[in-house]
Write a new protein. Structure first.
Length: 383
């Protein structure tokens, strides 16, 4: 009976072999498969190759960038050298053209001795005289308090440029009773000294003069001279004399004329011709006479004309004028003058044509006419 049972198992095994179906070998427990190992090795090789390719690409890009930078630097150097050469050639040609023009026209660029603006008498309240003389502080008209309407007021800090609260007596004079006062005075309630005064000088119903006092002394005055409602004269006083006077001559809200005083005399006068807030003409005085001036003729913000005066004869005679003709920011033309026959005449002109600080051309004049010229270098002579 047992032999009969074994035979079917053998027959089944033989049948499976005859059918060509091989049974898979049993896996070896505890060891990774060879396929997985091969796949991992291939991944590592691919990552190494990618890293090497990226490093090679970076190195090529850096090399190309260095090469391009070197080429660009070489081009910039060539361009700069060409620009320097072109500038030198242009400067030399301009110098020769200038010399040739002067040679053809000896009277070219004849020197003038007038300034943009000279001090003129100003017609205004208390100013019908030479502005070179410091005006005395104007006095207030003595008036009895009985003709004023009186009230007590408190002025908060900052209203009149005051740093603390002011307790004042307000005196109002409205002579014609139209409700528009001609004069308003403010007195310190304790000392009864004047603090401020407002006035309608032409009786048109609009205030046009303002005075400010300190310790009873006038320290500033503001005027509306053309009666348009806008102040145009600003004055500062010290010790009973004018020390600063500023004007808005074109009434645009910008102060454009400036006078500064020392003692009883003017020592500095400034003009802002184009209302840009920068002085274009500055005149310095000594003993009420001009001794020097500087002017920004082309209005580029830099002074380019300097004038010196002599006061030995009792007047104001021009002795030297310096020009910045090339716009370099410093003088390159120097003109010297003398009084001959009652006239101020040019006697010598020196030119620095290339801006190196050395005189290149010296021209000599007699009676205002060119008589001789000296040129420092033959290369500068006109061809």
């Amino acid at each position: 009976m047992r032999a009969l049972k074994i035979v079917p198992c053998v027959l089944l095994t033989l049948a499976a072999a005859a059918s060509g179906q091989a049974s898979p070998p049993p896996p070896a427990p505890g060891n990774p498969s060879l396929a997985q190992q091969a796949e991992n090795a291939a991944g590592r090789d691919s990552a190494i190759r990618a890293t090497q390719a990226a490093e090679e690409a970076r190195a090529r890009a850096q090399a190309e960038a260095r090469q391009n930078a070197a080429l660009n630097a070489a081009r910039e150097t060539e361009r700069a050298a060409a620009a320097d050469l072109e500038g030198a050639l242009s400067t030399a040609q301009a110098m020769q053209e200038e010399l040739f023009r002067i040679h053809q026209d000896p009277d070219a660029q004849s020197a003038g001795t007038s300034l943009l603006a000279a001090p003129n008498p100003l017609s205004s309240d208390g100013w019908d005289h030479d502005p070179r003389i410091a005006a005395p502080a104007p006095s207030s008209r003595e008036l009895p308090e009985e003709i004023f309407d009186r009230s007590n007021e408190v002025i908060a800090p900052g209203v009149w440029q005051n740093t603390e609260t002011l307790r004042v007596i307000r005196l109002v004079l409205d002579a014609d009773g139209d409700g528009k006062p001609e004069l308003i005075r403010f007195l310190d309630r304790g000392t009864r000294e004047p603090i401020r005064q407002e006035a309608d000088r032409n009786y048109d119903g609009v205030l046009d003069a303002w005075r400010r006092y300190r310790d009873g002394e006038l320290v500033s005055r503001v005027l509306d001279e053309n009666d348009d409602g806008n102040p145009d004269v600003f004055e500062t006083f010290r010790g009973g004399l004018l020390v600063v006077r500023e004007l808005d001559r074109d009434d645009d809200g910008v102060r454009d004329v400036f006078y500064r005083y020392r003692g009883d005399s003017l020592f500095e006068e400034g003009h802002d011709a184009d209302n840009d807030g920068v002085v274009d003409l500055l005149i310095i005085y000594e003993d009420r006479r001009r001794i020097r001036a500087q002017e920004d003729v082309d209005r580029d913000g830099r002074m380019d004309l300097w004038t010196r005066y002599s006061t030995q004869s009792g007047g104001e005679e021009v002795t030297q004028i310096e020009h910045d003709r090339a716009g370099r920011g410093f003088a390159d033309t120097f003109e010297y003058f003398q009084i001959q026959g009652g006239k101020t005449l040019l006697v010598r002109r020196e030119r620095d044509l290339n801006g190196d600080g050395q005189v290149d051309v010296v021209s000599f004049y007699a009676e205002g006419r060119l008589v001789r010229r000296q040129i420092a270098e033959a290369s500068l002579a006109p061809m």
